[in-house]
Design a protein around this ligand. Structure first.
Ligand code: GLN
Length: 478
């Protein structure tokens, strides 16, 4: 109930696309109360959880932030939703996001942009202005330009903001190139992308199948571990989930840091890294060292190729994945249908924003017979080199990598909205995409505040299935 009140108090942040009805919420709360009284409470019993609007929810509209799916009501629940419900979780609703999870700002949604809840803390006057100018009631984002505000990051901005604002205790995002960790960094919450294959993607509307991972957003590392252990494991409906029996990952309270080797990848010292993030990075590495950990510089020579490689592979998978949105079986249908061709073209033109259309076009270009080897195959090879960098570093005894999550604290809307999509990706995804390329687990942790009073975060990355150590080290830091 307290979360629902927070949700309503912070409505103007535009975090939720669809809210669970009060009646349905009451039903869920009553069943949780009963479970507690009967001593049958399950791991997530009574915990309010939100889902990014790209997780299918049975009977509840799932829009992916796109006009294309504005009226789409899935006939089934995504496995993450099913597992949360089975574990006693209470679904608060569906959160706002960049259209089809393409973006890093949560500005590119057909429901309007997500406002970072930290605006309420650092610029209270901005909030009073916004109260009279609800982004949820208008798709005219220009009205938000004055006064300026900090973005939430994306594409899971609604989920990160909902946790930060206290509208839920945990939220699911998706992470294909950083979409869980980026908004976590800007909203000051824990953003966790587990090992690829640990969590089922069934019912998560795909962006890049070979990189998509359901992400977990929480206030603390312990909460993150609780959610992970409640939803991880093999799913017969997702053939890429690992098949071995799942043993829960445990946070070691008495982690012996003298047995831990932290690597600092030198290639992550990007020229545009802000002084404040750099200082925090140094300070945290020193903390590890003082506590007995071995800290050394490592090299990941192919990390610099990540952005371009991600771009090619993402567009190719998008070109293939998005052919399903043809206006025939589901999604928006253009009324003026002279021919089948025109029906396809009209529906796709009206349904998708420019970013989505651009990626479909680029992907089809990369996949042309004459370009296939030059772009797609080449990018696959580069992806392998990037993965091998991780393998190589971890084979030398390094247990975890410590890196920034983002270059700066949350950018201002006025600045961010001037960048084109390509520049945004280059700047926003630089530290996050490598983990997606390799499928390894990574977590963004809020560890400080900037001069403006906004959260600053760092990232820990581990080898495949090293979640126990990753969570333990992250817990030690928080
Ligand atoms: N910013 C990246 C993109 O636009 C990341 C997306 C994601 O992780 N879903 O593709």
């Amino acid at each position: 109930i307290a979360c629902q009140q927070r949700l309503h108090k912070t409505n103007k942040l535009n975090m939720f696309v669809t809210e669970t009805t009060s009646g349905e919420l009451q039903k869920q709360i009553q069943s949780s109360n009963k479970a507690y009284i009967e001593g049958a409470a399950k791991p997530l019993e009574g915990i309010p959880i939100a889902f990014k609007d790209n997780f299918c929810t049975k009977g509840v509209r799932t829009t992916c932030g796109s006009k294309m799916l504005q009226n789409y009501i899935p006939p089934y629940d995504a496995t993450m939703v099913t597992k949360c419900k089975q574990a006693g979780g209470i679904v608060m609703g569906k959160t706002n996001m960049d259209e089809f999870a393409m973006g890093s700002g949560s500005l590119d949604s057909c429901h309007g942009p997500v406002i970072n809840p930290w605006n309420l803390v650092v610029s209270p006057h901005i909030h009073s202005e916004l109260s009279q100018n609800s982004p949820a009631e208008s798709d005219d984002t220009a009205s938000l330009n004055e006064p300026d505000w900090y973005i939430s990051g994306g594409s899971s901005g609604g989920s990160a903001a909902a946790v930060a604002a206290g509208a839920c205790l945990a939220a699911f995002g998706s992470d294909t190139g950083g979409s869980t960790r980026n908004p976590a960094s800007y909203c000051g919450v824990v953003g966790f992308k587990p090992t690829y294959g640990l969590l089922s993607r069934h019912g998560l509307i795909p962006l890049v199948n070979s990189m998509d991972v359901p992400g977990i957003l929480t206030k603390t590392v312990e909460d993150s571990a609780l959610v992970l252990n409640s939803v991880a494991g093999h799913d017969i409906l997702d053939s890429t989930t690992f098949t071995e029996a799942y043993t829960p990952f445990i946070i070691k309270e008495d982690l012996d840091l003298s047995k831990v080797h932290i690597g600092i990848p030198k290639e992550f010292h990007a020229p545009s890294l802000s002084e404040e993030v750099l200082m925090l990075w140094r300070k945290t590495a020193d903390m590890f060292e003082k506590a007995g950990a071995k800290v050394s510089q490592v090299s990941m020579p192919h990390a610099q190729l990540c952005i371009i490689c991600y771009h090619v592979l993402c567009c190719c998978e998008v070109a293939s994945n998005f052919s399903r949105y043809d206006g025939i079986e589901f999604g928006l249908r253009d009324g003026s249908e002279e021919s089948t061709e025109e029906l396809y073209a009209g529906s796709r033109h009206k349904g998708f924003n420019g970013v989505v259309r651009g990626r479909i076009l680029a992907g089809n270009f990369f996949l042309l017979k004459k370009n296939y080897t030059k772009f797609f195959l080449k990018a696959q090879k580069v992806r392998r080199l990037i993965s091998n960098d991780f393998r190589q570093v971890f084979s030398t005894g390094v247990n975890l990598l410590l890196t920034p999550t983002t270059l700066t604290d949350a950018p201002l809307h006025s600045w961010f909205s001037k960048q084109d999509n390509r520049t945004r990706c280059e700047e926003q995804d630089i530290f996050t995409t490598p983990a997606n390329m390799a499928g390894v687990p990574a977590m963004s942790l809020p560890l400080g505040l900037s001069r403006q009073g906004l959260p600053l975060s760092l990232q820990l990355i581990g080898p495949h299935f090293s979640e126990s150590l990753l969570l333990s080290a992250a817990h030690w830091l928080e």
